[in-house]
Structure formats: C-alpha cells, structure tokens
Write a protein that binds this ligand. Structure first.
Ligand code: B12
Ligand code: SF4
Ligand code: SF4
Length: 346
C-alpha cells in the first residue's frame, strides 16, 4: 500500500463523523477457534444464523469476489448520535437503542463514504456492512487496531471506551494495517464478570448468550426461562451493565455512566403509562411505531413479554387488569399468567 492510497482514503473518511478507523487485510480471524468452540457449546442459543455464517467468517475473502482487505470504522453511540422518536423515555433500554436503527443510518454513512471512494479509486470494489453480513466484526476491528477484547467480550479502546458500533467496507484495494494491535488493558479487573446479574460471562472473554439479558430481551423468541426473569430486573430491551461498570467507560464518560443500573427504576406515573401503552397497543401498531428503532427487532410480542417481566419485577399492581387481558394472547399467555401470580403474591 503506497502512502498516496492511505492519504486518499483518509481524506474521504475524515469528512464523516466517525469515531475511529483502521485497515485490515482479509484473512482467517485470529479468534476463529474461539468462535467455533462457542458455537459447539451452543452459547449462541437460537441464533442459528451464527452457525450458518461460519464459512464466510473463517474465509472472509469468499464473501465477495475480489475483496482483499477492509476499511474498519467505529461510531460512538453514547450519548445517542441520533435521537429517536420513540414514545418511550422512562423505561430502561440499552444505550445503543436510544438512536434510530444503526443498521440504517450508520450503513447509509458508510455507503456515502463508498461514493467518495469510488470516485477516488475508479474500477475498485467497495461494499459496506454493519452487523448485516457474516463478518466477525470485533475480530476485524481488533486486527485494524481499534481496540482490545474486554473480558465482557466487547471491543474497548482506551480513549473511546466500548460504547461504539463497528462497521466495515470490504474492498479490492490491497490495504495494510495502519494502527498497531491495541494491547489488552483489562489486567486483573473482573468488574464486568462480577456485575453481570445472570452470570452470562462464564469465564473471561466468553459469554453464554442463553443467559445474557441482551439476548433474552432482544433476540430470543417465545418464553424466557422463569429462573432468569427476576435478574432481568427493569431492563425492557438490551443490557449495558457489563459495559457501564467498566473502568474504561467510566474514564471516558465519567461518573454519569456508573449509577445507571445501580438501583431499580422509581415507579412513576409516566413509567406506568409507558408499560400500559406496550401492553394495550396491538403488536402490529407497535411494529409500525418502532419501525425506525432497534426495538422493532424484538417484535410486538417480545416487547409485551419484556414489559410483563418488568411489571412483575417492579411489582406494579396498578396494571393487573391489563396483565390479565394479556392472557388472551397465546404468544404471551404463559408470562402474563406468571406476572399476574407475582403481582397477586405481593
Ligand atoms: C450475536 C451478537 C450478540 C449476542 C452475543 C454477544 C456475544 N458476546 O457474542 C448478544 C445478543 C448477546 C449481543 C449483545 C450485545 N451486542 Co452484539 N452482536 C452480535 C454479533 C451479531 C455477533 C457476535 C459474535 O460473533 N459472537 C460470537 C462470540 C464467540 O464472539 P465474542 O463474544 O465477540 O467473542 C470474541 C472475543 O471475546 C474473542 N475471544 C474469545 N475467547 C477469547 C480469549 C482471549 C484470551 C481473548 C483475548 C479473546 C477471546 O474471540 C471472540 C470471537 O471474535 C455482532 C455483529 C457481528 N457481525 O460480529 C454484534 C456486536 C458484537 N454486538 C454489539 C453490541 C453493541 C451489543 C450490545 C452492547 C447491545 C446491548 N447493549 O444490548 C450487547 C453486548 C453484550 C456483550 N457483552 O457482548 C456490537 C459490539 C461493539 C463493540 N464495541 O464490541 C457488534 C459488533 C455489532 C456492531 N456492528 O456494532 N450481541
Ligand atoms: S449484557 Fe448484561 S446480561 Fe449480558 S453479559 Fe453483559 S451484564 Fe451480563
Ligand atoms: S470491566 Fe474490567 S475486566 Fe471487564 S472489560 Fe472492563 S476492564 Fe476488562
């Protein structure tokens, strides 16, 4: 890679509000064996697509003809770069979900970057992705020098923390890394492992998704195992605990990031109104209202299921009638019955 190529790409990238970027040649990821073991142990739960993606992740050049390397980009999501129009402001949702869906706006920014790159490099191939194609993104970003794998499995940068998305552009250009591999700075710290309410980080760098609140509230279809429901506490969608306790995020974002998950939410009339809205609005209407938001990933029935768990955990007896009504819907009947029993036992 000559310095002209590097300079030319950099001058295209700096026009965008990205957090950091680097380059990585496409090769078998260093951590592919960890990925294979993770799948073998069924830590991916019902996310069967992660198994189907194995070959493309192991041999990245097979995903697109001509691709040889990747331009890897990160974008901070805290504070929210794009305020979403969600009718939810009081319930606890993961920070990344407070913006519109990054699969849209971040991907659009990457596509706009491609338009510039195509002008600068006519005849070369570029394809943008962010959590949208079979790419082992944390490994790729680590190879591009954009962070280290934390014990919570998130990629962390000592200046940016870990509250960022990863996106990449595969290209036919032959690019070499421009940044050194980031050293592991977890040291003897185990804060994320100790703070995880469900024990999902079963050992440093290994997460069992079956136990993770993020998986349970976003990805899992159907019922959530009863023994895990109390630990979900008041998380309606996603979970940030293993990141907000991390000293590297505290260092970047200050004390404000720390107490976010410390105590239960106060039950206010606004909070009750939001939960009532989730229970009484049809699944179809919820999907329409949340169409631009990451929350749509859980679908209407998933959001209602999560709301019922939050209601039970916060002991919101004011919503008992709405909870009983939910028993009429087959997909949430079991959790509504469980929630009713919890409220009645108070
Ligand atoms: C499936 C998935 C999930 C699953 C499983 C998460 C997981 N840790 O695997 C669930 C639904 C739980 C999830 C949750 C979240 N996710 Co997610 N998720 C993905 C997805 C689609 C695949 C991840 C994957 O391949 N997992 C497989 C396992 C084996 O990989 P891993 O856990 O990352 O582990 C790696 C390292 O730990 C390392 N490793 C393993 N053993 C060892 C041992 C040593 C010694 C070392 C050094 C390293 C090491 O190798 C592994 C493979 O590279 C990616 C997008 C993509 N295409 O890559 C986004 C992605 C990882 N998710 C992302 C985000 C933002 C989240 C959440 C923060 C959302 C939220 N707030 O609820 C949480 C974070 C939870 C957490 N602690 O990971 C971002 C992460 C950005 C970052 N800074 O790291 C990604 C990259 C999406 C994106 N494009 O931005 N996610
Ligand atoms: S996201 Fe929450 S539940 Fe999942 S590993 Fe982190 S702290 Fe545990
Ligand atoms: S909390 Fe500690 S162990 Fe966990 S990722 Fe952060 S620095 Fe590493």
């Amino acid at each position: 890679m000559d310095s002209e190529t590097k300079k030319s790409i950099e001058s295209c990238i700096v026009e965008f509000p990205f957090t950091s970027f680097g380059f990585a040649p496409l090769k078998t990821p260093e951590t592919i064996d960890a990925y294979k073991l993770w799948l073998k142990n069924n830590f991916h739960g019902s996310m069967a697509y992660l198994q189907d993606h194995l070959t493309f992740k192991e041999f990245p050049k097979t995903l697109f003809d001509q691709s040889r390397s990747a331009i890897v980009v990160t974008k901070d999501y805290y504070p929210a770069p794009q305020k979403s129009k969600l009718p939810i402001h009081n319930l606890r949702i993961a920070e990344y979900a407070k913006s519109d869906d990054y699969h849209e706006w971040f991907k659009n920014q990457l596509d706009q970057l491609i338009t510039k790159l195509e002008k600068a490099f006519p005849g070369e191939m570029f394809t943008a992705m962010t959590d949208s194609k079979p790419v082992l993104e944390r490994d790729l970003a680590q190879q591009a020098g954009l962070g280290w794998f934390g014990k919570n499995t998130c990629l962390i940068d000592s200046k940016q923390g870990s509250l960022f998305f990863i996106g990449e552009i595969y290209t036919s250009l032959n690019l070499e890394a421009i940044k050194a591999i980031h050293p592991d700075r977890c040291g003897t710290c185990t804060r994320c492992i100790d703070a995880c309410p469900t024990g999902a980080i079963i050992e440093p760098y290994v997460l069992d998704a079956n136990k993770c609140i993020s998986y349970l509230t976003i990805e899992k279809k159907g019922n959530i195992p009863e023994e895990l429901r109390p630990q979900i506490n008041d998380w309606l969608f996603g979970c940030d605990i293993c990141q907000t306790v991390c000293p590297w995020n505290e260092k970047v974002f200050g004390e404000e990031i720390k107490p976010k998950q410390a105590e239960k939410l106060t039950v206010t009339s606004e909070l009750i109104t939001e939960l009532k809205y989730l229970l009484t609005t049809s699944g179809k209407k919820l999907m329409k209202e949340f169409s631009d938001s990451p929350l749509s990933r859980a679908r209407g029935s998933g959001l209602k299921r999560n709301a019922l768990i939050v209601i039970a955990n916060l002991g919101i007896k004011e919503l008992i009638q709405e909870v009983i009504e939910c028993k009429k819907q087959e997909s949430i009947k079991e959790v509504a019955t469980w929630c009713e029993a919890k409220l009645n036992s108070l």
